[in-house]
Design a protein around this ligand. Structure first.
Ligand SMILES: [Zn+2]
Ligand SMILES: [Zn+2]
Length: 318
């Protein structure tokens, strides 16, 4: 079966060029050459690894489909039901990719740029399929959705998510912003500001974040990237750095429980408190924030930046 994403690539490139030209003319500096090229390299690697990855996913779906609970067929209402079910699966896949380090190791790639433009959309994992990210969709073929329908809907979702990686579009009509994932909502998702961390996990519909309590509205302009940026343009390093960090952490873990947490705990978890999870950062931020409303959020958000001179003792900082 032809991969829909391959057909969309020319449109991706054309829109990317249009955004780059707009950025140059308006002097907005939305792009950085090396960053863009490493995003493109990650995209190419994703397509190449996807050739094998898609076969693995199809095989896994077909295996589960043998035990399907219902014979759903292909009528229009099945597609409609699939649209919502696929998008819900994506939400939980994406939310888990931020909360479980094992999945984060693949997903971190997508968040490693400090720029936010259409090329960031192409900055994709090389390891996501091989580490089993597709398990979040397995219930769909088990229910009786045909594997090819599921994979088609997944491709449609990814294609949808391309256009939201831009700063050139502000907020849209309130009805659209209420229902759909938009550039504004997804800018929040790509931010390293504590207020915005691990929010807006939606694929196509933002309603899931509203329903499950992970929605945050975009207010001040987000700062993009990771709380602890990797500062590299090397595609191999971008693709594998978190896996190698996990390996190092497990090797030096003081016991089996710590080793388990380094793999399946939240990103930022550490046995000695030397690093912090989003929850810990947010708790500190809220405590320090009390009575200090004038305090710029971004100062706290940048606590872990290697290139910042911010001292990591919030009580001493004014
Ligand atoms: Zn994400
Ligand atoms: Zn994104």
């Amino acid at each position: 079966m032809p991969d829909l994403i391959h057909f969309a690539i020319p449109a991706f490139i054309a829109l990317l060029l249009a955004e780059a030209i707009f950025s140059a003319i308006s002097k907005k500096e939305l792009f950085e050459t090396k960053d863009t090229f490493s995003s493109l390299a990650m995209g190419i690697g994703n397509v190449l690894t996807g050739l094998l990855g898609k076969a693995i996913i199809f095989g896994a779906y077909m295996l589960v489909y043998q035990f399907k609970l219902f014979d759903l067929g292909t009528s229009w209402w099945v597609w409609l039901l699939l649209f919502f079910s696929e998008d819900l699966s994506y939400y939980w896949f994406h939310r888990s990719s931020h909360n479980i380090r094992y999945f984060w190791a693949s997903h971190v790639v997508h968040h490693s740029s400090q720029k936010y433009n259409l090329s960031t959309a192409l900055r994709q994992t090389w390891t996501g399929t091989f580490s089993g990210g597709f398990i979040f969709w397995l219930w769909l073929p088990l229910l009786g959705f045909h594997p090819l329908m599921v994979m088609t809907m997944q491709a449609i979702s990814l294609i949808y998510q391309f256009w939201i990686h831009t700063e050139t579009i502000g907020k849209l009509h309130p009805v659209i912003e209420f229902v759909f994932n938009t550039p504004s909502h997804h800018r929040v998702h790509h931010s390293s500001d504590i207020k915005y961390l691990d929010k807006n996990h939606a694929g196509v519909l933002i309603i899931w974040d509203r329903m499950f309590g992970t929605f945050v509205e975009e207010e001040e302009r987000p700062k993009y990237g990771l709380t602890n940026n990797i500062n590299t343009y090397n595609p191999l390093r971008i693709a594998f750095h978190e896996w190698s960090d996990i390996f190092k952490d497990i090797r030096t873990a003081p016991g089996p429980l710590a080793a388990w947490m380094y793999l399946f705990g939240p990103p930022g978890w550490s046995h000695d408190g030397s690093r912090k999870t989003t929850e810990q950062l947010r708790r500190e931020w809220k405590e320090v924030g009390k009575g200090r409303k004038d305090r710029p959020i971004e100062i706290l958000a940048k606590q872990d930046f290697v290139d910042e001179d911010f001292s990591p003792q919030p009580q001493d900082n004014r």
